[in-house]
Design a protein. Sequence first.
Length: 467
Amino acid sequence: MKRIHYIIIILTFVIANSCQDTEFRTHYLESIPSVTASVAENSIQYGDSITLTADVSDTNPLSTLEVKIAVSNKLIISESIRTKGNSASITKKYHIPFGVGMPDKEKVKVYLTAINVEGFKTEKLIDNTIGNRPAIQNLYLIPSTITSGLATKELILTDSENLIYSLSGIEFPNKFSCYIASKKTAFGRVDWSGFVFGMKNGEITLITQGEDPISVEDESLVNVSSCTFDAINFKLDVAGKLLEPLTALDVNVDLAASPSSLLGSDAKQFRGATMYFGQDVEVTFTGIANLSNGLAPDYFEVTGENKAKFLGETGMYKAYYHIAGDYLYIEPMPTVEFPDALWVCGTGIGRPSQPYAVTTSWNWNTPLDYVPCRKISSGVYQATVYLENEDNQEGTGFGTCNFKFFHYRGWDHGEESSTVYTVESPLKSSAEAGNVGNWRGSDVPFKGVYRITLDMNTKTTKILKIN
């Protein structure tokens, strides 16, 4: 009982102190700060600076001056300057960079907000400064190394309004690196006294000497014969002769051992490579004993003893041949994601070929761990797999088969909730803690080859037993 009294006394003391703090704080009558400000420059070139002068005063103490600078609704600078007393004078330079999407002859807008200690504020806009793009007379595509054997080429301005520069009649490989520069030396190398475009964090931008060049890669091309550079949005596009769809594949000759795109010790069980497949194009296979048992049924329709028609959309794919299983896995490129593909990861799944066995896990190392789903129409995805389920012996009504659909090859929320789908037997949805939204087997054992069709339009998961 005494302890309760002590607690009440302490709480009363804390509340009293809090009230005193509030009571003893000085309160000021409402007042509005006065702001006089200007920018000295009426016209600048992007890459130069503007000079801001501001005088702020108030009968009440000041708190901060908020400064925001924008060009074409793009915020460039945001700063909070502490202002003390009843007046403050600020003179400061701000660098206005030359960056992506900076239009020519655009207003540089300076937004000021003066705030006093009571939170009352005054806002002011200064927009007398015009920003101008620097004149770029010439642009050159300069290979990043002399040893590449590629020549420096001049880009021609073909769209002056949108600053599109073009280059044609070249024969570059489908993978190379380069700089886009406004000046070149007598030897055709980058003159760093001019503007130089390179790459930072995967984006094309202006760089200084020692920073990375632009990386160009398009595996769907035999070579690059032309390109265009957008000098406003800093974008380089390439074009060239498209690869011809694959018509013959020898898994022991055309696929490399232990492909570097796979991870872990299981990678040595595979041969693999990037291949260009064409929809409905027939492929002649060498090195697979039985195509009906050795090809992914979602991607191939067997048409003869050693021939099969490709069912996926035309494009680049990863082909991984599992040596011991004599089975060719096909999957979209690792960068392909929803809505162009879905990926399944979990337990209780294996490839749909004899001898049937569960191989998957909650990992993304090799095709043994996960399953790519082929997009068969808008919002509809299909995967044909071997499923095996046993009672998990936990008394929860669930079994050992447990997986989820992911939006890309890796961890994300994916199709988070199976509970919003109608799930056909022998699978069921899960709201169990730790497995919320997963697709699960029940406590009734089953096994076989099943075609799983996930329809996002109707929120259904159809399960058809094939074998």
